[in-house]
Design a protein around this ligand. Sequence first.
Ligand code: GDP
Ligand code: MG
Length: 162
Amino acid sequence: PAPVLAVVGRPNVGKSTLVNRLIGRREAVVQDVPGVTRDRVAYDALWNGRRFVVVDTGGWEPDATGLQAAVAAQAEYAMRTADAVLLVVDATVGATATEEAAAKVLLRSQRPVLLAATKVDDDRLLADVADLWRLGLGEPHPVSGLHGRGSGDLLDKILQVL
Ligand code: GDP
Ligand code: MG
């Protein structure tokens, strides 16, 4: 079976937009309003002749347990079910306590974990991207799901770890 990449992160950071970019089609639902619950959905992807599956975890958006707990649970689930996990951070916001909590969970993972900084539509945000090294998840990969900037490099990294 094709290896599975799970995409996790807070609502509205740009996960679904990035998923569409990674799969090369607009199938994941992009929401302008945060917190709209969607089921987890798996999409087939192909890059450099290799197949893999991308899981968009929109269905984990917060309920009564609160955002931090929901994202931590999302990360736990992704670690158990996927071959690799991609944590998505909105570069225009930076790492919040929620990302710090998610990173702690992901650091215990036996699986490879990649870090993507989205909404990097131009170079002005690159200094903020560098700040994400402090999450301890390795190199933050700058990407714009909207414009596609950096997505080829990110896909190369994904296939290196899958
Ligand atoms: P999700 O909740 O994490 O799946 O986030 P979405 O993909 O639904 O995006 C949330 C909002 O951020 C939408 O209004 C998107 O258009 C916007 N967005 C997503 N990616 C980018 C990006 O790379 N650049 C910019 N400027 N906006 C983005
Ligand atoms: Mg989404």
